[in-house]
Design a protein around this ligand. Structure first.
Ligand SMILES: [Zn+2]
Length: 173
């Protein structure tokens, strides 16, 4: 996916671009390609970017430290404001109902939007905070000590007693 020139997006039919994704995302290790779609809508003063995608990642269990495969399902959207660095932010005059925490991202209106970088960030955010291979993972199980059997001294002792026993038996016969 190439970075997109933002003004070009505004010229598209319905100001929307839908990208079918079936690719590996740089820097994000997955077992299968990331498959799904990213939809970018130019809203004049903002980009409305949404994605539905899925892939399989290999994670390490927090409890038992074993690796396991996890299906990652992405279904997210984000508003990215378009504002000049020195411009009064467009959002100031608007009533914004969404949590402002979600609106930290902004781009310059004649800049580029890189779907790869955006998707990478969304995938990172969708990783489970608590990584467990199974809900009932028992954690690290200490390796079973193989039964060492009787020690060398013990065996020697036993065989001596054995000889004694045989002798005793012979004497009494
Ligand atoms: Zn585990």
């Amino acid at each position: 996916m190439e970075p997109l020139h933002i003004p070009q997006l505004a010229k598209r039919h319905e100001r929307t671009l839908e990208i079918i994704v079936d690719a590996t995302i740089p820097e994000f290790d997955t077992l299968t390609p990331v498959r799904g779609k990213v939809i970018i809508k130019h809203g004049g003063t903002y980009l409305d970017v949404s994605a539905q995608a899925e892939t399989i990642v290999t994670l390490k269990c927090d409890r038992c430290l074993q690796q396991y495969n996890h299906r990652l399902e992405l279904d997210t959207s984000e508003i990215i404001w378009l504002e000049e660095a020195d411009e009064e932010p467009a959002r100031r005059g608007m009533e914004v109902r969404t949590d402002p925490e979600d609106l930290v991202d902004s781009l310059v209106p004649d800049g580029h939007f890189d779907p790869n970088v955006w998707l990478y960030e969304q995938l990172c955010l969708s990783l489970p905070l608590r990584q467990l291979c199974a809900k009932d993972c028992a954690g690290i199980i200490p390796p079973q000590e193989p039964d060492p059997g009787p020690s060398e001294a013990q065996r020697l002792m036993d065989s001596r007693w054995g000889i004694l026993g045989t002798l005793k038996q012979q004497i009494s016969e």
